[in-house]
Design a protein around this ligand. Structure first.
Ligand SMILES: [Ca+2]
Ligand SMILES: [Ca+2]
Length: 361
């Protein structure tokens, strides 16, 4: 974050200055580029690996932590306090902050599988930054250094989490800053302990679970159960229009199909969607997510397979207080085709991925 009072030199040759975070600064600065989702670094993707018994397995894709954003910092911490380490990632574009809940390892119902450690030094600095904590869990030894800065503009939480696997307890030793090794004896799996320098005794502290909600579906900024209000789009002639889902539904389930002219499986199912609409049991509208410059191509593709389906396009102008359809979408992540199944009132009842005939909820 940049303080709003800082003056930045915009362009030396023009002798221009302006306040950081002013609207004109956002308009002219690199931030405009990042707002648009562009990359300085060629969209280097984030990677995640899991230690599978001495071999590291690439979980980037299935973990959900893979992203085209350029990330600048990561904090590993047990944010929901369930005993495993979650990740907070700061990126420079688009949704800048992502909190990844760790579902890869399920701690036992009895809370076993980990030990959490906080430190308090009684000599030198209070937080014991630089202390090394050694944990021996049934012969499996590991160590961590307490750090309070381990990434770009990043501060680690002063709590260390050790995975114990199936061990029922662990021996803990601390190498304090400035020297001095101290044993804190055997601690049961599932413990959270404060280790005070010189006490030789592990003091338990309580758990503070903070369950993290499920994320939104990838590519969508809406979820099942939400009522969609009116949204602005363009019609086939490029005129601004307001979609009223309740009206479009005509008291029937409404399928809102997101497609694009470059997506062959989308184009292939347009006749099926038209038949579904014609059948009368449900209503269907098609919304092309093609870029504005491809709208003409999308129109000609649609004309061949879309039949009598009502079709709309993204690209309505931004206006205060009136949402556009693209405000529901994260286009860089949206897999198409995707179909929103709405109730006659316009509530999202299901999100279907892939062509309807093989879509799974
Ligand atoms: Ca966790
Ligand atoms: Ca977890």
């Amino acid at each position: 974050m940049v303080a709003s009072t800082i003056k930045a030199e915009e362009e030396a040759s023009l002798d221009l200055e302006e306040e950081v975070n002013s609207s004109s600064y956002l308009g002219f600065h690199n931030s405009q580029m990042f707002e648009a989702g562009m990359s300085f670094s060629g969209f280097e993707r984030n990677k995640t690996w899991i230690n599978a018994g001495g071999t590291f397995v690439d979980l980037s894709n299935v973990s959900g932590a893979d992203t085209p954003n350029d990330s600048r910092a990561v904090i590993a911490h047990d944010f929901d306090d369930d005993g495993d380490v979650d990740l907070f990632v700061h990126s420079i574009q688009r949704e800048r902050h992502a909190l990844y809940r760790n579902d890869a390892v399920q701690p036992g119902a009895d809370g076993a599988g980990f030990v959490k450690v906080k430190l308090r030094a009684t000599t030198g600095q209070y937080e014991a930054i630089g202390a090394t904590v050694h944990v021996d869990a049934a012969g499996a030894k590991t160590a961590q250094v307490l750090s309070r800065g381990a990434g770009f503009i990043t501060c680690q939480a002063p709590e260390l989490v050790f995975g114990l696997g199936t061990a029922s307890s662990a021996r803990i030793e601390v190498l304090w800053p400035g020297g001095g090794r101290e044993s804190f004896g055997e601690v049961a799996a599932g413990s959270r302990v404060l280790l005070v320098q010189g006490s030789g005794k592990a003091e338990p502290y309580g758990a503070h679970p903070r369950p993290l909600p499920d994320p939104l579906p990838p590519g969508l900024l809406v979820d099942e159960g939400e009522l969609l209000g009116d949204l602005r789009v363009l019609d086939a002639e490029g005129r601004e229009t307001v979609l009223s889902f309740a009206e479009l539904a005509d008291k029937k389930p409404l399928y809102v199909n997101l497609w694009a002219s470059f997506c062959s499986s989308c184009v292939k199912e347009l006749p099926d969607l038209a038949a579904l609409d014609d059948g009368g049991e449900a209503r269907v509208v098609a919304i092309s997510v093609d870029a504005p410059e491809d709208r003409e191509r999308a129109k000609s593709v649609f004309a061949k397979g879309g039949g009598s389906l009502r079709s709309f396009y993204l690209g309505a102008a931004e206006a205060d207080g009136a949402r556009r359809f693209e405000d529901l979408l994260d286009l860089a992540r949206l897999a198409i085709p995707t179909t929103l199944v709405l109730s006659p009132e316009g509530r999202v009842e299901a999100i279907l991925r892939g062509p309807l005939r093989d879509a799974a909820r």
